[in-house]
Design a protein around this ligand. Structure first.
Ligand SMILES: Nc1ncnc2c1ncn2[C@@H]1O[C@H](COP(=O)(O)OP(=O)(O)OP(=O)(O)O)[C@@H](O)[C@H]1O
Ligand SMILES: [Mg+2]
Length: 205
C-alpha cells in the first residue's frame, strides 16, 4: 500500500485534534526471500467520530495496517499515535474485529465471551458485565443464543458476537477488517446495513 503523504491540513489542528495519526508509516515482514514491504509511507489523521475505509486489492496491505493500529505489529518506520501518544500493545481502547471467524474463546459461551471482555477490558463486576453483554447481544439479534458455544454458530453469527463484544467495550477506536468478507452476499448486505446503523447510533470512530 502506498498512500502519498497527505498535506498538513489533514493531520488535524487545535480545533479538531486528531484521535489517530499515522505519520509516514511503513511495515515490513521478514520472509525467506528477504524483506517484504507490505505498507509503505502511509500518512493520515482521523478525528473522533470519523469513519475511514481502506479500499484496495487483495494483498495491498489493509490487514497489515489495521494490525499495526491495533498494536499487534510494530511499524518498521514512522509512527502511529493515538491522542498524541505513540501506541504500544493492543488495548481495550482499540478493539479489532478480525477478518477470520475464529476470534472467540471456544471454551466460553456467547454470553461468556462478551461478559469476559467487559470484566477484563472495563473492569466491570460480573453482574454488570453480564447485563451489558446481554444488551449488546440483543442488539445484534443473538438473544436466543447467549448460552451456546461458538462452534455451534454460523460464520455470520460468530462475527455478530465479535462485533457485539467490540462495541460493548466502547473503544475510542473500532477497527474492523472485512468482518463480513467470508459471508454469502445476502447475509453480508444485511449485516453491513446493521453495522452502519450501530455505527450511527454509537457515533463510533
Ligand atoms: N505474517 C506475514 N509474513 C509475511 N508476509 C505477510 C504476512 N502477512 C501478510 N504478508 C504479506 O503482506 C502483504 C499484505 O498482506 P495483507 O494481509 O495486509 O493484505 P490485505 O490487503 O489485507 O489483503 P486481503 O484483501 O486479501 O485481506 C501481502 O503480500 C502478504 O503476502
Ligand atoms: Mg486482509
Amino acid at each position: 500500500m502506498n498512500l502519498a503523504p497527505r498535506p498538513v491540513d489533514l493531520v488535524g489542528d487545535a480545533a479538531s485534534p486528531s484521535l489517530l495519526t499515522l505519520d509516514r508509516v511503513s511495515i515490513s515482514y521478514p520472509t525467506r526471500d528477504g524483506i517484504l514491504t507490505a505498507v509503505e509511507d502511509v500518512s493520515f489523521a482521523l478525528s473522533a467520530g470519523e469513519r475511514l475505509v481502506l479500499l484496495g486489492p487483495s494483498g495491498c496491505g489493509k490487514s497489515t495496517l489495521l494490525r499495526a493500529v491495533g498494536g499487534f505489529l510494530k511499524p518498521s518506520s514512522g509512527e502511529i499515535r493515538m491522542d498524541g501518544r505513540p501506541i504500544g500493545a493492543p488495548g481495550p481502547e482499540r478493539m479489532t474485529v478480525f477478518q477470520e471467524f475464529d476470534q472467540l474463546l471456544p471454551w466460553r459461551t456467547v454470553l461468556g465471551n462478551v461478559r469476559y471482555a467487559l470484566e477484563r477490558g472495563k473492569s466491570l463486576p460480573r453482574r454488570e458485565a453480564e447485563t451489558v453483554a446481554r444488551g449488546w447481544l440483543e442488539r445484534v439479534g443473538l438473544s436466543k443464543f447467549v448460552d451456546t458455544f461458538p462452534h455451534t454458530l454460523s460464520g455470520g453469527m460468530k462475527q455478530r458476537v465479535a462485533i457485539a463484544r467490540a462495541f460493548a467495550l466502547e473503544p475510542a477506536l473500532l477497527l474492523m477488517d472485512e468482518p463480513f468478507a467470508a459471508l454469502d452476499a445476502l447475509t453480508r448486505r444485511q449485516m453491513q446495513d446493521e453495522l452502519l446503523k450501530l455505527c450511527e447510533e454509537t457515533g463510533s470512530t
